[in-house]
Design a protein around this ligand. Structure first.
Ligand code: SF4
Length: 367
């Protein structure tokens, strides 16, 4: 199985675009204009500390340089085509990219932080049966600049104040480990201490369980935290909803997670959606606890959020409580994560978009 998708093939731009570019590319760009290399650093800070969006804002540059940039270099971030805000304050944005393709991102405000959910691909090759993106197939990988662009655009759109922490989750469209080179290039830009300076521990990459990709991620010294979208405790059921399991089953995935090099105190997050009568039995809880005990882990339990037309149900509070207790009694840290932004179809994670839910229900009824 070819697990990594090729690099994005964008039509060659007639003009370079500085938005979302990395430190070295900006240095090269500015040197190409005959300017001293340190101006590249000023450009980087203007883009990622000030989050300036037009050349005339670059007050650190001479008027002549600003005019030259205006004439020769684009500063174009992904455009927001549509935004929908849910009652809980989460906003789903649809971004239009340079070639007209679209991806989604979600902005979730909290009192002490902002969490952004971003996409890594247009479409996805993994084919999870419950996922609308999976049904699209893969269109193309995003470039690092397009990944960074989602972050800067959402921060600007919501007037994110300096100093308020940002958490970032790769849980939007796409399997990030299928596009690891561009994801890691974006990670370097996003974590640069002289730029957006998002601490690596605040960035989480969520995978469907692509074993070679997890192994490669583990070889990076600086990397995002790892989350695995598990959702099943038996191969029979996981094979059915997540085709990746047919190539790397639960045992192979566990062996890979056991070998994953973790920092001090670091744990791998296992995401598990609870569907009433489908994945919420006491037996499931025990199997999940056994699985999670194999390596330092924590479990996010995501009770399915009922909505009209979904046709299936949330676990009862008593079931959820019991499920959580089985994990806790086995020493597994457990969090109940209630998805935000559900009604705008922007709920985070790879599982809970409205149309995904319908597919999951179809699958559940086939059991
Ligand atoms: S759930 Fe994630 S990995 Fe699976 S098809 Fe959807 S986007 Fe791809």
């Amino acid at each position: 199985m070819n697990w990594e998708q090729p690099a994005p093939e964008l039509s060659p731009a007639t003009r370079p675009n500085a938005a979302g570019a990395g430190r070295e590319a900006l240095k090269a760009l500015i040197s190409g204009l005959g300017e001293k290399a340190f101006r590249g650093g000023q450009l980087f800070e203007g883009l990622y500390v000030q989050r300036w969006t037009s050349w005339d804002q670059f007050s650190t540059f001479s008027k002549a340089l600003r005019e030259r940039l205006e004439a020769e270099v684009d500063l174009t971030w992904p455009a927001i085509r549509e935004s929908r805000t849910a009652e809980d304050g989460a906003t789903k944005h649809v971004f239009r990219l340079g070639d007209g393709m679209e991806v989604e991102g979600v902005h979730m405000p909290y009192a002490d932080r902002t969490t952004l959910c971003i996409s890594s691909q247009v479409g996805c090759a993994m084919g999870c049966t419950f996922c609308a993106t999976g049904q699209m197939g893969i269109r193309r990988n995003l470039g690092a600049a397009e990944i960074v662009g989602q972050v800067v655009t959402m921060l600007n759109h919501h007037h994110h104040p300096a100093g308020l922490p940002v958490n970032l989750v790769f849980m939007g469209m796409g399997e990030p480990l299928h596009n690891l080179a561009q994801v890691m290039e974006a990670f370097e830009i996003l974590t640069d201490p002289k730029g957006l300076a998002i601490p690596p521990r605040r960035i989480t990459l969520s995978t469907s369980g692509l074993v070679p990709g997890i192994q490669r991620l583990g070889s990076f010294e600086r990397r995002p935290r790892l989350a695995v979208s598990l959702n099943a405790t038996t191969d029979a059921y996981r094979n059915r909803i997540m085709p990746v399991n047919r190539a790397w089953n639960l045992e192979a995935l566990s062996a890979c997670l056991q070998a994953f090099p973790l920092g001090r105190g670091e744990r791998i997050t296992l995401e598990y959606v609870l569907l009433h009568g489908v994945t919420d039995s006491a037996e499931d809880a025990r199997r999940l606890a056994d699985y999670a005990k194999g390596f330092p882990s924590k479990v996010n339990l995501i009770p399915f959020n009922e909505h009209e037309g979904a046709g299936y149900q949330s676990p009862t509070e008593a079931t959820l409580d019991l499920f959580g207790r089985v994990l806790s009694q086995n020493g597994i840290p457990v969090m109940v994560r209630r998805s935000r932004g559900q009604e705008v179809g922007g709920a985070c994670g790879q599982l809970v978009r409205g149309s995904e839910a319908e597919d999951l229900e179809a699958d559940a009824s086939a059991q």
